[in-house]
Design a protein around this ligand. Structure first.
Ligand code: ZN
Length: 676
């Protein structure tokens, strides 16, 4: 459906203002620990905003940080206690801070910050502490107990007994979100969306609320915790005066300030409706807010703030709190507008069966944004694209906003440039030089073509639905959008529209795509396993199909050098023709709902893994010390005021490191108590 797109990113526009640090002077890499690298992102063009817009960004950014504790508590009810205890030890421990135990505890604390709790942000598995419980107990006892998150009258020993289980017992709450078949998903998941409620009870509770005949259904259960009290199921709503009151009141404080200096009446209405929703918890008001938000297309500054995505609930009902403050990247958005306004030309010339072309195609209006602040479930790990709102009826009747976060992809890109990746895996300096010059540009253009045109192109035969392809549907759909992008990025139209500088820049996108699909993406697969994730299957499918079809003419080749395997593309023209052929086939499968053909294509080319190559890729990655997951630190905004307290400027700084930022956030935005 909608949702956050997590990709191995590529991108970065080359425009700068005088005040934003140049890419070459900017330190994108901040910290590494466990399987994580922390990066920093720039906020290009912040200084081109008016004082009102900067102030609006500032207020909305405060609102984005004010809800930080909510996501900790949502992820697991012990997270705030764990975080605050670890932070107290980190800041106050006077024993040997150079001991291995202390170092391991610090790593664990950094992991807790990254996961917004004791579970991994991606796998949702509980972190393993590599410091001893004896050390931990002694360290906690050695510090002033007023620094600890003790409840009224609670003894330190009782806190330690609880945390001993939470941190050190691998069998206690081992998984945040359990998706395994055949067990009670709520009783086996550590998330804090339900308490003392079995899966069947929760499903029954929400099933009786659903009214199937209603075409504008409310998002029942979205903004509450479901608990059993005295044998009764009760929703604890997240609102003023309800659960999370203290954090929500702070969010509202900043939203009210933002409403006062909104850019236009529509945006003011959006913010006021959101405040109303936070005050009442009323889901009808939430829908009004979503509709108003979609209609706000003229503001430069925009934001997400609220209970949004449902991936953290095994039943997909309850939403985690997230926030993103941003403003439109006007130059890059022109690029997406160029594509949208030529959408019909692309459709009419697509290399697919004319029966399946759309007579009138409407490009999706998507904008490119500059992220100014990440919060809640979007921090420290963030998506690079978001498409909201999630309610299907609002999407079909009012549309949706799709955003690409280009300054985030820039950071990913810049960090990988110096990682040694190209040196290790690219065949020659020709490919390396091309990637350096055109990689970010073509990577972004690929994303634009994929999102704005690829998914929106083509049509289904009467009576066919996308559900016909069942479990293969999302892999085939992603392949269709990728092939559309790959085919057209090599089209002379790109140069004609001024989107690419010459007729060879596209080659770098072809090369990296094929190399990734045939080889380097295997780094995410565990030895002995096959490919499961839809996007990865799609890339493998395209790359392997083209490799096989092009074998006779040696279009794509595996070459060996010093015992290492490389991918070489020998004929870019012919590779484009292959992309066109496969697009035609995939479009026909989609349009006719041909399940058997979809299964055959995916199973033949997209699933199986050459285990020898997989092991080689993992070994080569290990020598590069590239971390598989990235998180971010935010910039720091400071309001400069005159002697009357009136804001005269907002300054942005990029100096805070990961630990400093997390500790500061805990102090400045630690609004929630340990037990909510
Ligand atoms: Zn897609």
């Amino acid at each position: 459906m909608t949702a956050a797109v997590m990709l191995v990113a590529c991108g970065g526009d080359k425009k700068q203002t005088t005040a934003t640090p140049e890419i070459s002077d900017f330190n994108f890499r901040v910290d590494t620990f466990a399987d994580i690298e922390i990066l920093r992102y720039r906020v290009p063009d912040f200084d081109s905003l008016t004082l009102e817009q900067k102030t609006l960004v500032y207020y909305l950014s405060q609102a984005a940080l004010a809800g930080r504790d909510i996501i900790y508590d949502q992820n697991c009810r012990y997270n705030i206690a764990v975080r605050r205890t670890l932070e107290a030890v980190y800041e106050n421990y006077r024993g040997d801070r150079r001991s291995d135990d202390f170092a391991q505890m610090t790593t664990y604390l950094k992991q807790v910050w990254m996961g917004n709790g004791i579970h991994h942000h991606y796998s949702s598995d509980k972190f393993t502490p590599h410091f001893s419980q004896t050390f931990f107990n002694e360290a906690v006892k050695s510090i002033d107990s007023s620094k600890l998150p003790l409840a009224e009258g609670q003894a330190v020993d009782s806190l330690l007994a609880l945390l001993g289980k939470v941190i050190f017992d691998p069998d206690f709450m081992p998984k945040r979100v359990n998706q395994a078949d055949g067990v009670d998903l709520l009783l086996t998941s550590a998330e804090n969306y339900y308490e003392n409620v079995a899966q069947q009870e929760a499903e029954d509770f929400y099933a009786q609320m659903k009214q199937p005949d209603i075409n504008q259904p409310l998002s029942y259960g979205l903004n509450s915790k479901l608990v059993k009290e005295n044998g009764q199921l009760v929703e604890k709503t997240w609102k003023v005066g309800g659960m999370y009151d203290k954090a929500i009141s702070q969010i509202i404080f900043w939203l009210n300030k933002a409403a006062e200096i909104a850019e236009n009446p529509q945006q003011k209405k959006v913010i006021e409706t959101l405040v109303d929703y936070y005050q009442t918890g009323d889901l009808q008001t939430f829908d009004h807010y979503c509709i108003d938000w979609v209609a706000d297309v003229n503001s430069l500054v925009d934001f997400i703030n609220g209970f949004t995505e449902v991936y953290g609930d095994p039943l997909g009902i309850k939403a985690s709190w997230e926030a993103v403050t941003n403003f439109k990247n006007i130059a890059a958005t022109k690029r997406t507008e160029q594509l949208s306004s030529n959408a019909q030309w692309f459709e009419d010339n697509a290399p697919i069966d004319p029966r399946f072309r759309k007579e009138t195609v409407k490009g999706i209006t998507a904008k490119v944004i500059t992220v100014a602040m990440l919060g809640g479930d979007c921090y420290p790990s963030t998506p690079i694209g978001i498409n909201l709102p999630n309610a299907n009826w609002i999407r079909s009747q009012h549309g949706s906003k799709s955003v690409t976060m280009e300054n985030i992809t820039e950071a990913y890109d810049q960090a990988s440039l110096n990682s040694g990746f190209a040196q290790e895996f690219y065949w020659s300096d020709t490919e390396r030089a091309r990637a350096k010059e055109y990689g970010p540009l073509t990577g972004n253009l690929h994303t634009d073509l994929h999102e704005c045109l690829g998914h929106a192109s083509g049509k289904l035969e009467a009576g066919v639905s996308k559900d016909n392809l069942k479990a293969y549907g999302s892999t085939i759909e992603e392949a269709r959008a990728d092939l559309f992008a790959l085919y057209y990025i090599a089209d002379p139209k790109m140069v004609e529209l001024g989107l690419l500088p010459n007729d060879s820049a596209y080659m770098t996108e072809f090369y990296t795509y094929i190399m990734n699909g045939l080889m380097t993406q295997l780094t995410r697969i565990k030895p002995g396993k096959d490919i499961e994730e839809a996007h990865m299957r799609n890339r493998a499918l395209i790359a392997h199909w083209c490799y096989e079809q092009g074998k006779a003419e040696n279009i794509i080749e595996f070459k060996e050098k010093d015992g290492k395997t490389y991918v070489v593309v020998n004929d870019y023209d012919k590779l484009r023709t292959l992309f066109g052929h496969l697009l035609k086939e995939v479009q026909t499968i989609t349009s006719t709902g041909n399940f058997a053909a979809a299964r055959s294509l995916v199973e033949t080319y997209g699933v199986k893994v050459n285990q020898t190559l997989l092991n080689q890729v993992i070994e080569r990655y290990a020598t590069l010390k590239i971390k598989p997951y990235k998180g971010f630190v935010n910039p720091v905004y400071t309001a400069k005021t005159d002697k009357n307290g009136k804001i005269i400027d907002i300054e942005v700084a990029y100096t805070e490191n990961y630990t400093e930022q997390q500790l500061r956030y805990s102090k400045e935005y630690g609004f929630l108590p340990v037990n909510n």
